[in-house]
Write a protein that binds this ligand. Structure first.
Ligand SMILES: *Cc1c(COP(=O)(O)O)cnc(C)c1O
Length: 381
């Protein structure tokens, strides 16, 4: 992925920074949106994965909708070219102000996560003389078989309306004058690599569709969420979009005529981004050799937050391989990118790429230790 010219360009900049390969982003988007369109599916982009405006504008250019989890994301998505009528707003804790603003903008719908939230939306919409479109986010109690910290669709999670509460929510909704029921929404977790999990989701959706339709709540839209995983071992591999969409094509009941939407985040942006950093020191430890980088958990938090693995490449050295523990400069022991990682012999000043960092990377950067926020560089600059 890194040609000699690219390495020279990267090496001449002050590190650390995020580097985005826009060709790779466009190829990913073209495959994902093409495979979805072939099957009659809609794709929304989950803005929280990467809200860099350059990335966002490119994604909007492929005709995707936007899936937002705060009103700032809603406003930012629209400023970057996503149409308001293709923008949805999810999240367990929408504030009154956020609901008001989203109603003013006229978004496609709110993905509602509790009975209380539904009541608040109804009353705010009533006060404003508006009708709020809503989809019910249902917690389908499907195990995502992913990292425990990023599973969202089981009964133990804070997300969504539990199936046992659904009846009561429908009864409540029947009485409401200021909400328009559009459909249902699911999102069971992230970085799901066992595609079988999505088959289980389809089974649950089929049951629910029937149950809702029998009660006069046939959904116009079914939003199945995101969660498709990427291969962190092989950053140049594309996510299996065709296989993923086929699971829904083959396992959702053929009598379901609702619009089917997906909300992809990680699978669209992870691979195109790398965190570029330099080696500050190589320090012998008691049982390992530490490579100390000028980037840490403040630039890329995933390893510290949930022991996530990112492939680390030394772009400078071609020396014999050795094992290193790669760490950042932050005053936390969890500020570690990998233990006993094989790298070509590494020295102070070597340029390092931490790969697949285009999703949940730059957006999670923090100023802990009073660090500066990372800048970004694009392949076409
Ligand atoms: C985070 C999120 C997504 C995107 O998940 P990915 O695993 O990045 O595809 C989709 N929908 C909702 C509601 C989310 O919170």
């Amino acid at each position: 992925m890194f040609t000699r010219e690219t390495k020279e360009k990267l090496g001449s900049r002050e590190t650390p920074f995020y580097y985005y390969d826009l060709e790779m982003l466009k190829e990913t988007l073209s495959v994902a949106s093409g495979e979805a369109a072939n099957r009659g599916y809609n794709v929304h982009y989950a803005v929280k994965a990467n809200f860099n405006p350059v990335i966002m504008r490119i994604i909007a250019g492929y005709g995707l909708g936007a899936d937002c989890v705060s009103c700032n994301e809603v406003e930012h998505a629209i400023a970057c070219g996503f149409p308001p009528h293709e923008t949805v707003f999810a999240g367990v804790g929408k504030s009154d102000r956020e609901i008001e603003t989203a109603l003013k903008i006229g978004i496609k719908c709110f993905n509602v996560e509790s009975a209380e939230e539904l009541e608040v939306i109804d009353s705010i919409a009533g006060r404003m003389g508006k009708k709020a479109s809503v989809a019910l986010r249902i917690n389908p109690n499907v195990e995502a078989h992913t990292i425990r910290h990023i599973t969202t669709g089981t009964d133990e999670n804070k997300f969504g309306i539990r199936i046992t509460e659904l009846d009561a929510v429908l009864e409540l909704m029947k009485e409401m004058e200021n909400v328009h029921y559009r459909g249902i929404h699911f999102h069971i977790g992230s970085q799901i690599t066992d595609l079988h999990v999505f088959r289980n989701l389809c089974t649950r959706i089929n049951e629910l569709w029937q149950w809702l339709t029998d009660r006069g709540f046939e959904p116009e839209d079914i939003n199945v969420g995101g969660g498709l995983g990427v291969n962190y071992d092989d950053p140049d591999q594309f996510p299996p979009f065709a296989d993923y969409f086929d699971i829904f094509k083959n396992h959702l009941d053929s009598n379901i005529h609702s619009t089917i939407s997906f909300e992809l985040g990680r699978s669209l942006t992870a691979n195109c981004g790398s965190l570029i950093t330099k080696v500050l020191y190589v320090k012998p430890g008691a049982s390992e050799t530490f490579v100390i980088l000028d980037a840490g958990m403040t630039e890329l938090m995933r390893p510290a937050l949930y022991h996530a693995y990112h492939r680390i490449e030394n772009l400078t050295s071609e020396g014999p391989e050795k094992k290193y523990t790669v760490v950042g400069p932050i005053c936390e022991s969890t500020d570690t990118f990998g233990k006993f990682i094989a790298l070509p012999e590494t020295r102070r000043g070597d340029l390092i790429a931490i790969r697949s960092a285009g999703a949940y990377g730059e957006v999670m950067a923090s100023r802990y230790n009073m660090r500066s926020l990372p800048e970004s560089l694009f392949s076409e600059e």
